[in-house]
Design a protein around this ligand. Structure first.
Ligand code: GLV
Length: 325
């Protein structure tokens, strides 16, 4: 029997690719950069399923171009704002994602950003390289401290809770804002507060919310005006949750202490972005889940979703289970 045809939009770790190649006739995009829109449309044509990354915008046009035989869209990410899930559901196409396996890697990275910004590690490194290190100074490169500080989590799902678990070890007070999370968390010692209270009381604010119409630019100039002057903002969620112009002004005018971003709007950030001229902003290229073991697990989960879909089985991780009703 002929193997199902699939398109994979990039080279992914072997743990996933090997499974796919065994079960399917796979067209794998080899280049470092994503396929252009035209290339994407050409390569999905006639496939039974495709595995994509968050760099690909998947809408109804892509699904229709693939054709009526399309049985699955598997995203190699936990977030799926790059996919028009409504359009997939309307066409009865299940969409898969990769939750849980990247929770710890992402929370570790958000903590690394928090610590690096608070203790000014990138600035201190530049200080050494620029020959400014002349002596030990009691006032040199002073920064904020995690211990005893208040961590405000926006979004209290899997990654938000993993942040709270880490914060316990740093003896931090944890508060969170999450309109969907109603359960108190006695074991995590985290208290639910409203958005204004979180902004006003947090020394560290870390974003762990999906990107939706409600969360787009939720951190805007009004939100920055309510934060403490020593606040550190960390974003490992999605770039557009923060208004980049408002962020620029808040950092430039030192209305908050600093920020650490693993995600930006747009991505990649152009080299002439004014954000890159700020000393109190640390930016990394969307790598919070880039642990070797984590990425292998993500590839494996995305492959399993893809293969289940093309075989007509239920996806192990499906974001639109309504398609099975
Ligand atoms: C990465 O950003 C993901 O959503 O997995």
């Amino acid at each position: 029997m002929a193997k199902p045809k699939v398109f994979v939009t990039r080279l992914i770790p072997e743990k996933g690719l090997d499974l796919i190649r065994e079960a399917c006739e796979a067209d794998v995009w080899q280049a470092e950069l994503p396929p252009t829109r035209a290339e994407l449309l050409r390569h999905v044509h006639g496939v039974d399923g495709f595995l994509c990354l968050l760099t690909e915008q998947i809408d109804g046009e892509v699904m229709d171009e693939a054709g009526p035989q399309l049985k699955v869209i598997s995203n190699h990410a936990v977030g799926f704002d790059n996919i028009d899930v409504g359009a997939a559901t309307a066409r009865k196409i299940p969409v898969g994602n990769t939750p849980e396996v990247l929770t710890d890697a992402t929370a570790d990275f958000a903590f690394a950003l928090m610590m690096a910004v608070a203790r000014r590690i990138p600035e201190a490194e530049r200080y050494v390289h620029e020959g400014k290190w002349k002596t030990w100074g009691p006032l040199t490169l002073l920064g904020g401290e995690l211990t005893g500080g208040t961590l405000g989590l926006i979004g209290f799902g899997r990654i938000g809770k993993a942040m709270a678990r880490r914060a316990l070890g740093f003896e931090m007070r944890v508060i969170y804002y999450d309109p969907g999370e109603t359960q108190p968390s006695p074991e995590l010692k985290a208290n639910r507060v409203d958005f204004e209270t979180l902004l006003a009381e947090s020394d560290f604010i870390s974003l762990h919310t999906p990107l939706t119409p409600d969360t787009r630019h939720m951190i805007d100039s009004e939100a920055f005006s309510k934060m403490k002057p020593n606040a550190v903002l960390v974003n490992t969620a999605r770039g557009p949750v923060v208004d980049p112009q408002a962020l620029y002004e808040a950092l430039k005018e030192k209305r908050i202490f600093g920020a650490g971003l693993d995600v930006t709007e747009p991505e990649p950030l152009p080299l002439d972005s004014p954000l890159l001229g700020l000393d109190n902003l640390l930016i990394t290229p969307h790598i919070a889940s880039a642990g070797r073991a984590t990425r292998a697990q993500m590839a494996w989960m995305a492959a399993r979703n893809l293969i289940a879909g093309v075989m007509g089985e239920r996806l192990p991780n499906c974001v639109n289970p309504q398609v099975y009703k």
